[in-house]
Design a protein around this ligand. Structure first.
Ligand SMILES: Cc1cc2nc3c(=O)[nH]c(=O)nc-3n(C[C@H](O)[C@H](O)[C@H](O)COP(=O)(O)O)c2cc1C
Length: 395
C-alpha cells in the first residue's frame, strides 16, 4: 500500500482549518524567479508546480514583500491589489493538479539584512550594526511600524483573496520581524520593545488586524527562532514564552528554526561568543546523528504548547528518522528546503515505498550560487561530490 512504510509521515493533519494530506512541508525557500516588479513568472509557477507534483503536503513559498524597500530581488510582491490577478495564478496552478497539495505564501521584510541594491538605508527596531553587511540600520518610527503592520495585514488579505491556502510570517533568521522579537536587535523603550510581550507586539498586532479582514479560520502560520545564537539574543525559555503568546494570538502553526545572518555567515572565531553552540550540521550532514538539528527545540515546544502545530525544519534527510520523530511526538510536521531543490519528488518516492535518504549534503551551494539571472538550483545536480568551499549560510 502506498505510504504504509511511513504511516505517520503520510498521515493527514490539520493546521487550524487547513487539512493536509501528509506531514511533509516544503520549507520557505527564496528562489529569485519572480519578475523584477514582483509578478510571478511562468518559471516561478512551473517551479512550484513541480514541487506540488513531487508529493509534498504543503508548499511554503519564499518570502513575498508587502513593502518594496524590504524585498529580496526577484521575489513576489503583495504590495497592493494590483498584484491580485497574477498572484492568483500560483495557487490556481497548484490546485489544478488535483493531488491535494496546499500552498502557503510566506510574507516578510529584510529589515537590517536588506541587500544594498534594494535599499541604501536598512531599517530595524533599533540602530544595531549588522556585521555581515557592515551597515548601520535606521530605527523605525512608530508611524512606520504602524504602516508596516497594516501592510502585512493587507498582504495576508490579498493572499487569501488570491486563493493561497494559508500564509506564514517570516519571523526567523534575523529579518525584520525576527529583529523585533530579539533583545539583541530590539532595544526600543516604547510599546514595541523591552519585555517579551512588547517585543512580540508586532506579531500579535499583525494577526489581530489580519483576522479582522480574513476571519478567524484562515490559517496564519509563523516561522520563528528558538535561539538566535547571538549574545543577548533569544534563548529557549524566552522563545517558548513567545510561542505561547503566538498560539494565544491565533497562529495555527509554528515552524521552529534558529540563528541570524550574522551568526551563520561568519566563521566561529569571528563570532566568538559561544559559537561552538551553533549546530555544525546545518552546513554538512555526515550521518543521521547530524540531522534534525532543531529537534531539542521542537520537543520542548511540543511539550509546552497546546494548540499550535509544531513544524521541525533543519537537516531532515532520512525518512526513518522523520517517522521516529513524529512517533515520539517531538514534532507534528517535517519541513525540507534544500533536499527538495535537488529532488522535488522525494515525498512521492517515500510514499511509493522507497526509503532512500535525500541526496542533499547540506553544502548550501544552492544559496551561494543563487543569482537573479539564473534563480535557484542545486549546482551539484545529481553529482555526489562535496564542494571544497562549503557554505556557511543558513538564511
Ligand atoms: C536557497 C535558500 C533560500 C531560503 N529562503 C528562505 C526563505 O525565503 N524563507 C525562510 O523562512 N527560510 C528560507 N530558507 C531556510 C530554509 O527554509 C530552511 O529553514 C533551512 O534551509 C534548513 O532546512 P534544510 O536543511 O531542509 O535546508 C532558505 C534556505 C535556502 C538554502
Amino acid at each position: 500500500m502506498p505510504g504504509e512504510r511511513f504511516p505517520r509521515l503520510f498521515s493527514p493533519v490539520n493546521l487550524g482549518s487547513l487539512p493536509l494530506k501528509n506531514r511533509l512541508v516544503r520549507s520557505a525557500t527564496y528562489e529569485a524567479k519572480a519578475a523584477e516588479d514582483g509578478r510571478p513568472t511562468p518559471g516561478y509557477i512551473d517551479f512550484h508546480r513541480r514541487l506540488a507534483a513531487g508529493g509534498v503536503g504543503l508548499i511554503i513559498t519564499g518570502f513575498a514583500f508587502p513593502q518594496r524597500d524590504g524585498k529580496l530581488p526577484r521575489s513576489i510582491s503583495v504590495e497592493d491589489d494590483g498584484c491580485l490577478t497574477d498572484l492568483a495564478k500560483v495557487p490556481d496552478a497548484i490546485h489544478g493538479l488535483h493531488n491535494g497539495c496546499k500552498i502557503a505564501l510566506q510574507i516578510g521584510h529584510c529589515g537590517r539584512q536588506v541587500p544594498l541594491r534594494v535599499a541604501r538605508e536598512p531599517v530595524a527596531p533599533s540602530p544595531i550594526r549588522e556585521p555581515f553587511t557592515d551597515r548601520m540600520p535606521r530605527e523605525l518610527s512608530l508611524k512606520e511600524i504602524e504602516a508596516f503592520i497594516n501592510a502585512c495585514a493587507a498582504a495576508i488579505g490579498l493572499a487569501e483573496k488570491a486563493g493561497f491556502d494559508a500564509v506564514q510570517l517570516h519571523a526567523a533568521h534575523g529579518w525584520l520581524l525576527s529583529s523585533f522579537l530579539s533583545p539583541h536587535t530590539n532595544r526600543r523603550t516604547d510599546i514595541f520593545g523591552g519585555n517579551t510581550v512588547n517585543r512580540a507586539r508586532i506579531m500579535t498586532e499583525i494577526i489581530k488586524r489580519a483576522k479582522s479582514q480574513v476571519g478567524d479560520d484562515y490559517p496564519i502560520l509563523a516561522k520563528m527562532n528558538a535561539c538566535d545564537y547571538v549574545e543577548n539574543g533569544i534563548e529557549v525559555p524566552e522563545s517558548l514564552r513567545l510561542g505561547k503568546i503566538f498560539e494565544d494570538a491565533g497562529y495555527a502553526s509554528l515552524e521552529i528554526s534558529s540563528a541570524m545572518w550574522e551568526t551563520v555567515t561568519r566563521k566561529p572565531e569571528e563570532i566568538g561568543w559561544k559559537a561552538e553552540r551553533i549546530p555544525e550540521a546545518r552546513r554538512r550532514i555526515h550521518s543521521v546523528a547530524d540531522e534534525a538539528y532543531h529537534r531539542e527545540f521542537t520537543r520542548v515546544f511540543k511539550q509546552n504548547l497546546k494548540k499550535a502545530k509544531i513544524i521541525l525544519v533543519g537537516g531532515m534527510r532520512t525518512p526513518e528518522l522523520m517517522e521516529e520523530i513524529l512517533e515520539k511526538g517531538d514534532a507534528d510536521l517535517i519541513s525540507l528546503s534544500r533536499p527538495l531543490i535537488r529532488e522535488p519528488d522525494l515525498p512521492q518516492r517515500w510514499f511509493s515505498g522507497s526509503n532512500q535518504k535525500s541526496a542533499c549534503i547540506s553544502c548550501s551551494s544552492c544559496l551561494e550560487t543563487l543569482t537573479e539571472e539564473e534563480g535557484l538550483r542545486c549546482p551539484l545536480g545529481s553529482k555526489q561530490e562535496i564542494p571544497e568551499n562549503q557554505a556557511r549560510i543558513q538564511p
